[in-house]
Design a protein around this ligand. Structure first.
Ligand SMILES: [Zn+2]
Length: 391
């Protein structure tokens, strides 16, 4: 805020200055201090990037940390030590936190010690957790299934695929909403600063934690299942942030403009965010890398308006749940139709990867274009440069 042109290196050098000034900063392991400087820098550089890219809306000016009830600390390769059986961890920096027994299902013996690049201590509503960041290439074998899939996400179902199968929406938050509300009420009735308030707050926190874990679990399992049983997964490139927007503004009813229309509505917002598409999508992409499955995000324009049978535009309102084509008579569930369009778009997008042939060398339709052109059409200009994209 006070100095211009401060970068990553100045920040990390400043750690040593802070360590001299503050006792507690000095107690922390020096590499952990560096790690927190790196984190601060990532917040600042993200702000810079957003400004440079002239991103619409908020640029994310870095904020100061608030009280650290759920703070975390990240060690690199020093300041901690695993016991011989790798069941306990000892923190050996100036805080003298001591030795902790670890509970969990992961077997740390599976990895080499030098693969552990970072150790993060995180506080959640139900206790302290330690996360190990492990440098390991994860690749898994998978037999090709000769099957491709397009996915349309929606509110009625979590998704509908191009074969017409649907996966129901997990409404974890809806289900837990009642009990959350009750807990929230109980919290607001307690006196500020009292012990009961602390207890009540913790209960609310635990409930939220449970919901977020259920959501994550669902996202991981569904994504893994989708990726494992297909060779290509296509889905819409949706900007979920717009959809979950809290503004109840203009409610566009027709998708005629080609813009992806999602109703902006406070009630729906909850179930949209609940459906956790973003999380699902990033897990699909993650598993795609691991299992060697192609994942394609296609632009969402017209996916629900076009006919998946003949390709013509069939305008319909959001409330119209069935696609009926006036041109070819094709009738299908709205989401199923969209999923088929998404798959088709996805397959088109992927195209050819591998050794590239310069497109100027071969003119595939040289012979055809001469013979096939009708006499009225003027001769084509020999276009060497890039052709203008069709509007
Ligand atoms: Zn049609």
């Amino acid at each position: 805020m006070d100095n211009k042109d401060i970068g990553k290196y100045e920040l990390s050098a400043y750690c040593a200055v802070l360590a001299k000034e503050f006792e507690w900063a000095n107690s922390l392991n020096s590499m952990a201090r560096q790690a927190s400087a790196e984190r601060a820098w990532s917040a600042i550089s993200r702000f810079y990037d957003n400004c440079k890219k002239q991103k619409l809306g908020k640029k994310g000016y870095p904020r100061f940390k608030k009280e650290q009830t759920h703070g975390s600390v990240e060690y690199k390769t020093s300041g901690w030590k695993l016991s011989e059986d790798r069941r306990c961890i000892t923190f050996s920096d100036g805080f003298e936190a001591g030795t902790f027994k670890m509970w969990g299902t992961r077997d740390l013996h599976f990895y080499q010690l030098k693969q552990i690049k970072r150790v993060r201590v995180v506080r959640r509503a139900d206790g302290y957790y330690v996360q190990f960041c492990i440098d390991q290439e994860r690749l898994e074998k998978r037999e090709p299934t000769a099957h491709n899939i397009g996915i349309d996400v929606g509110l009625n179902h979590f998704y509908t695929d191009s074969d017409g199968n649907t996966v129901a929406n997990p409404r974890h938050l809806r289900k837990s909403e009642k009990s959350l509300k009750r807990l929230q009420r109980r919290l607001s009735r307690t006196k500020k600063g009292s012990k009961n308030r602390v207890k009540a707050r913790n209960k609310v926190g635990r409930k939220h934690l449970k919901v977020s874990r259920q959501r994550r679990d669902f996202a991981v399992k569904t994504a893994r299942c989708v990726v494992q049983s297909n060779d290509l997964v296509a889905y819409e490139d949706l900007k979920v942030r717009n959809m979950v927007s809290q503004h109840v503004g203009r409610v566009p009813r027709l998708e005629a403009t080609g813009e992806p229309v999602r109703v902006r509505n406070r009630h729906l917002a909850k179930s949209i965010s609940d459906a956790a598409w973003t999380q699902f999508r990033s897990w699909v992409e993650y598993f795609g890398k691991i299992f060697g499955v192609v994942t394609v995000a296609v632009p969402p324009h017209y996916t629900s308006q076009n006919c998946s049978n003949c390709g013509k535009v069939v305008k319909k309102s959001l409330s119209n749940r069935t696609h009926t084509c006036q041109h070819c008579g094709h009738t299908q569930d709205r989401d199923w139709n969209a999923a088929r369009n998404i798959l088709e778009k996805g397959l088109r997008t992927v195209g050819h990867t591998g050794t590239l042939i310069a497109s100027g060398d071969i003119d595939l339709c040289a012979g055809v274009s001469e013979a096939g052109r009708s006499p009225e059409t003027p001769p084509l200009k020999p276009s060497r440069g890039k052709r203008k994209p069709k509007k």
